[in-house]
Design a protein around this ligand. Sequence first.
Ligand code: SAM
Length: 963
Amino acid sequence: MPPVMPYVNQFTGDASFYPPLRKKGRSERSVTLHRLIVMPENSIEDLLQIVSENMPFDTDNLATAIHKLAKLRHRFAAVVGCCWIDPRWTMLISQVVESGTVRLAESWVMLGQVLKAFIWPMRLLALVAWAVASLRDRRITPLLFDIAAKRLAMGNVPQDLSSLAWAVATARAKDSAAVALLRQVSLESAKTVQSFGPQDLAMCAWAFAKVAMRDTQLLHLFADEALEKYTELNGQNLSNLVWSLATIREHHEPLMDAVSRTRADTIQGLAQQEFSNIVWSFATLLRTSEMLFRRTAPRVVETARDLDSQHLANIAWAYAKISHRDDGLFYVLSREAMESDRKCSPLNLANLAWAFASAGWHGEMSTRRVGLRDPKFFQWIAESAVAMSPQFTSQNCSNLVWSFATLRIGHQDLFEAMSVQVQGWLISNFDPQHLSNVLWSYAKLAIKNLDLFETTADEIVKRGVEYLARTPQNLSNTVWAYGVVVSKPRHLMAALQHHLTAASGFYDKLTEVRPLGKSSRAQLAMTVLSLHHLGLTDIAWHLFDQISKDGLQAGGEAYSYWLFIAGETRNPQREIDVFEQMARTAHTRGLQGACWNAVVVRCLTLGDESRARRSLQVMDMEELCNPLSEVLRQRLGLPAPRSAVGNIDWRRREKDEHEWVTNSLGFSLRLNKIEYYKEVGTLHYILRNGKHQDVPVIHRAIEAFTREQELWLKLAGDEKGAVLDKVLALQGKAKLVVEVGLYVGYSSTRMASQMRHWGGKVISMEVDPYHAAIARNTIEWAGLTDYIEIWCGHSENLIPRLKERLPEKSIDILFFDQQGTKMHLDLQRIVDFNMLSDRAIMVGDNVLRPGAPQFMYWNSVAGPYETQVVSLREYKQEVVEDWMSVSFWLPHSAEAQIPMTIPEAVEQLGHDTDGIRWQSVESKVSEQQWESHSQRMRREFAACGIKPFEVVPFQDAEGRSQV
Ligand SMILES: C[S@@+](CC[C@H](N)C(=O)[O-])C[C@H]1O[C@@H](n2cnc3c(N)ncnc32)[C@H](O)[C@@H]1O
């Protein structure tokens, strides 16, 4: 996204070599004519009139008239057509050629072309070249450029070089004459760069970048020279220089470093265009400079009123791109953009929307974006975009709708207007990337525009899936979108099937770079699930078989979806295949051991003893035998293994072991080099310290792990466990508990160990396949395999299974331990399926911190529940308050008849909650930040009417927590 054209002359806004009046040696008539030509009130028509009445001119007046025309044309571009089709302009140009050039001697004739030499001074040649270039008269620019290139070789000063480069840039030409001229400029500049002034350096660099002439050597020479003369550079020179680097994506660290240290008072003196171009350039080069962006922000705020939309959008884009989140600044930019006197182009709108949707994301290594959700601003963007939808390009449209989808802001008119445009582009300008982005966005917002999906399917089939799948991401986005809206056009499905099973298709491209990176894994995962949704389950397994044949680590998300599909289709062999693949590709021996145990447990449950034996053999060969595998081995009556039986291999990740890495954007990110070390460590403790089939001892082992290792585990231990016990007691003999969030199996075993006595059971949903594998170990070790069903997958996909497999009203206790901002959605579906028993109790964990605003609003303000909360402080987080909610379902109340509605303010709070949640996943959140977040949530909850009755736990005589 280029900034507006940099200017050379601060006052006139264009090239600064306007010819002064030269009197010496000129006739009286010429001087009078000069005055007539430059009169400020002249219009283009007046000037052409002067031309037709007074020609011929001397060379100075010719150049002056041409220059003046170019300037006027520049100023009145919107109202005046092309003056160069006017015969009077042609007269001027012919005279330039006649009086300015002489035919050269025969010896200069090359390749049959008659060459001419320009006999005017270089300064006038450059001037005319710029003017003609600015008027885009391509009849003469090649000739002038050609002549200029030859003249340069005969001698020049830096200003000639920069002026001619500027002329080429103004013509926006990259024909052979323009390229030859720039080559000559480059050659000459390299010889004399030391004599360049700051203005020439900046202008020349700018001009080369403007026509995308990638002369990196020259640009580096200019940048080196600029550093030498750094103190002489003004803001405009600096901004043009960094803009040039950014435009051709070239780094010059010393110069960027110097600019990044620009003092705050210097930034105060920069013109708007200058600081805007500087931040744009830094962002384009992904060069973070916290200091520069921090220092520039107040200047932006101060001058925002005078910034045009393009600069507002560029600045927002730049801050978002380098992840410098400054909510105050974004607020000002948005409010200024909304001012009615500004003209905002589709590109500006798209960039603004993109910036707000991306603000504060954690860079290329992250897939999460929190964004600044500002419904009022997005409403304005949507309305403006609808009004100018025919002017949108497919790229602007794709960025715009992507932003709305990412922030989950729907807007019916906008999406309808854009779908009309998309239908048009489908036929004319079918860009697979933009198209797949658009489809993704519609699906993300659940906009089932089936017409659009069907027309697109026709077009994809017509052009061939290969065309769409130039990058695997286009294909995965598209398949995902069709899967979500459940649109299955037959011819598209057949074409996909063919493409996905063909050699050199999607799989080969996706796995070209091995091991798979984060993005490839995500694409694979979304494709797998979508194929299943589309009824192409066989293809999802085909991809699994390829991964497994190649021994690739597909990533947790894809494994999770395969496990989900195995569960959906009641295909336990496939489930075991997936656990086995996880075992074979896990990065640590501890995790391998846990996954192999899971394989054996499942084989035994399903009666596949021979596979269980084979798996135990592999464990023996790999020296992974552990206390659980030995119990399983004995059950099978197998002899002792050849290798020694050890504990689950575990070591704690130390602080300096890449817990935090800094990515290319300078952001701290959490990178788990030792994957799942806490969970594997818990299992190590359970199997080492916990007695087989003794649940309290197993729980004590888990508690010992957190205490001894001083690590916090996200499970409902201690006081939270006491809340679960209390809820079980209150409910009476609950037959079924549904838990969302199994983790390592603490809460599920705590509940199931009580429920087994009256024949109750737990169904626990878990999206993370490794958590599920580890929990399989815990549950088997606790002897509770028959009382806890593990459903692998995301609750969003698993909840419909409850309806399919269980009678209505069968859930007695619902324990929500997943992402708080999704709890209300899961609840709504469970209620819609009529799955809650009349005396159901619902428990929600972490509803204050990070928080579950929508869920809390519904269960304690507007919905059919009676809710209390238990105020808690967790181990290792004593300072920070959290709540666990307990809600009694009131199926016969009036509220039970109304559909769930959540006010926008509560939705907004939910969005902010996710912000801190992702920050905690990907970066650091200090205890103090958590504390102020908790307090803020309390305040905001109260403001939304969420003021539940609070209970505080206590310790009984034996020191156990009670509620
Ligand atoms: C806080 S832990 C659960 C702790 C567990 N209930 C206990 O107290 O022992 C949350 C778990 O939920 C899983 N999870 C998060 N969102 C989920 C969802 N929507 N569906 C299924 N599992 C989810 C996570 O992978 C994680 O293992």
